[in-house]
Design a binder for this molecule. Structure first.
Ligand code: ARG
Length: 251
């Protein structure tokens, strides 16, 4: 009798483990723009990076499967609002304007808008862009904060012409080809682009510092779960370790 009970108990345990393993609450789809190293970029045919690993860890913690949908940066907020993606995670800066159309999670990283120039450039500081009579051609990624700030601060003031590209890589290619005088973009991708392309450098002066967060359709109850998991994964060291893996702190 004891043996039978033990057998039944073992069977029940095996079955419930199998159920836990196979049963998830569904699949979470992360909308991103995978030309933004080290946050999201292609390694061969696979999209990797800080945002991808953070989203995978949060999804696993919440019991969901997880998928990445790559699209233009410009399309992320509409994909989230149309329910085509559960959240957007794309090194996206929290801004007042975006808060009108989406909710943001807690912040998980900071970004700094910096200026990339060719090594022989006569632009030596951010102030040069603001100088009276300056008329530089500036490359940005369409609808990113680099686009918004340079448009308001410089183009609207008659101090620059802005060329908008679908992603950061194309803006950097335009800089190399001499089609623009500089590129305003987030610091970590800037470092990756400069490392991958000869003849470019980042100006020491910074344009502005900002907070990155995940965006959700307004009122989506998943946001609270996401934030809870995010905070736990920050506290237990998982997220700091993911960031350190891609952005090693220099000694
Ligand atoms: N932080 C900037 C913004 O929110 C740029 C983000 C671009 N991200 C990307 N995955 N391409 O506008």
């Amino acid at each position: 009798m004891k043996k039978l009970i033990a057998l039944v108990l073992t069977l029940m345990m095996v079955l419930s483990c199998a159920a836990v393993l196979s049963e998830t609450k569904g699949t979470l789809i992360m909308a991103t723009n995978a030309s933004f190293p080290p946050y999201e970029y292609y390694e061969g045919t696979e999209i990797v990076g800080i945002d991808v690993e953070i989203a995978a860890a949060i999804s696993a913690k919440l019991g969901y499967d997880f998928e990445v949908a790559d699209m233009e940066f410009d399309a992320i907020i509409s994909a989230v609002n149309a329910g085509k993606a559960d959240f957007g995670l794309a090194g996206m800066t929290v801004t007042e304007e975006r808060l009108l159309s989406v909710d943001f999670s807690d912040s998980y990283a900071t970004g700094v808008q910096v200026v990339i120039v060719r090594e022989d450039s006569d632009i030596t500081s951010v102030d040069d862009l603001f100088a009276e009579g300056a008329m530089h051609t500036i490359g940005v990624q369409l609808t990113t904060t680099g686009d918004l700030y340079t448009t308001w601060d410089l183009e609207d003031a008659g101090l620059a012409v802005i060329n908008r590209y679908p992603n950061g890589n194309e803006a950097v290619m335009a800089l190399k080809a001499g089609k623009v005088d500089c590129v305003v973009i987030d610091n970590e991708p800037a470092k990756a682009y400069v490392a991958a392309n000869e003849g470019l450098k980042i100006l020491a002066t910074e344009y502005v510092t900002e907070n990155y967060a995940a965006c959700f359709k307004k009122g989506n109850p998943l946001l609270a779960e996401f934030n809870a998991a995010l905070q736990e994964l920050i506290a237990d060291g998982t997220i700091p370790a993911i960031i350190e893996k891609y952005i090693p702190t220099e000694e």
